[in-house]
Design a protein around this ligand. Structure first.
Ligand SMILES: [Zn+2]
Length: 350
């Protein structure tokens, strides 16, 4: 039985397209390139993508607090530049996906397809015109905020903080949603506060995704979505990426694992069906050595990922099989649902 299950998992990972809708790879790539390393994605990331069967990765342009606000644009541009340099060095292994056709090409040629997204609109400050520049460079998904305030809106905090009155989207934030959709981008609500979330739902015409958020009914954390929010994302045809960050997966140490994450899948399927779940693991253990944001206690190297990187996502697939999900359903969760979003939403609208 054990061997049968293993073979089944292997077959799924070699046959199905796997999409990770949120990975902060480029900050790390940039830091290593500044140290003089080249082919960082090929050397440090692609082996794990290959062993996990990952085809498409959304590389988020996360800008650390230390660069905000003045250096945010420059840092984002440096990250994009690093990606272009990496592609030049590994042209047969990596492509940037600006269209759905590019995504299909990546899958067909067994290349790593990278889609760029904003994780917070800080790089454009309050200048709507800059959005087009980033679009031209390949950014296709707009996460309006990270867990902090910017010109577009308010992020949700990671823990309770003393704060004044909360806001939803600003005037600029509303314009940004409209302009992004018009250009051919779509909106990601992960990290947005609840007020901003409901504003986006009123304004957006395209499907809205939550690239890396779980269920708040299971873990009561502001980074997770309430049942009403999950229903709203589904109603708008969106997809929610399951996040492997331990604090969002479970409050109990024993279930900070793949099984704990599947609990969120089961809950969301119960609420809205199978078509609205994807993967947005947000793996970050890899970056703890280089990113001070991931080191609340710098003396101790803490583990945050309940699944240990892309090479281990088969453990998640195994749990899905054990819970009785059929191949066709697993195909949707691992990538099919996000592919459908890319097919529908990487288009310009009026
Ligand atoms: Zn995030």
């Amino acid at each position: 039985m054990r061997q049968e299950l293993k073979t089944h998992v292997e077959q799924i990972h070699s046959d199905f397209t796997i999409v990770d809708a949120h990975f902060d790879m480029l900050g790390d790539v940039l830091k290593k390139r500044r140290m003089g390393y080249t082919k960082v994605i090929e050397r440090d990331f692609i082996p794990d993508f290959i062993s996990g069967g990952v085809n498409i990765v959304v590389a988020s342009l996360f800008v650390e607090n230390q660069y905000v606000p003045e250096m945010a644009m420059r840092n984002a541009l440096d990250q994009i530049s690093a990606l272009y340099e990496e592609i030049e060095e590994s042209p047969d292994k990596i492509i940037i996906c600006k269209t759905y056709q590019d995504i299909l090409t990546a899958i067909k040629n067994k290349q790593l397809g990278v889609i760029l997204s904003f994780e917070g609109a800080e790089p454009i400050g309050n200048d709507l015109k800059l959005l087009r520049i980033f679009y031209e460079l390949g950014v296709r998904i707009l996460g309006l905020v990270w867990s902090r305030r910017n010109y577009a809106g308010d992020g949700c905090h990671f823990q309770q903080v003393e704060e004044g009155q909360k806001g939803g989207l600003t005037d600029f934030g509303v314009k940004l949603v409209r302009e992004a959709e018009k250009l051919g981008m779509f909106i990601d609500v992960s990290h947005l506060n609840d007020e901003g979330f409901w504003d986006v739902m009123k304004i957006a015409k395209k499907p809205v995704i939550a690239s890396h958020s779980n269920s708040r009914s299971i873990v009561n954390h502001p980074r997770n979505l309430t049942d009403e929010q999950i229903k709203a994302v589904a109603k708008h045809g969106g997809v929610i990426g399951m996040n492997a960050y331990s604090d969002f997966v479970s409050e109990e140490t024993l279930t900070k694992n793949a099984e704990g994450l599947v609990k969120h899948v089961l809950h969301i399927v119960d609420l809205v069906g199978i078509k609205h779940i994807g993967l947005g693991f947000d793996f970050c253990d890899l970056f703890t050595s280089s990113n001070p944001n991931f080191l609340p206690d710098k003396k101790e190297k803490k583990s945050f990922d309940v699944i240990k990187g892309h090479k281990n996502i088969k453990k998640f697939t195994e749990r899905l099989i054990i819970h009785g999900f059929k191949d066709e359903e697993i195909k949707l969760i691992l990538g099919g649902n996000f592919l459908e979003i890319y097919k529908q939403s990487l288009t310009k609208i009026n």
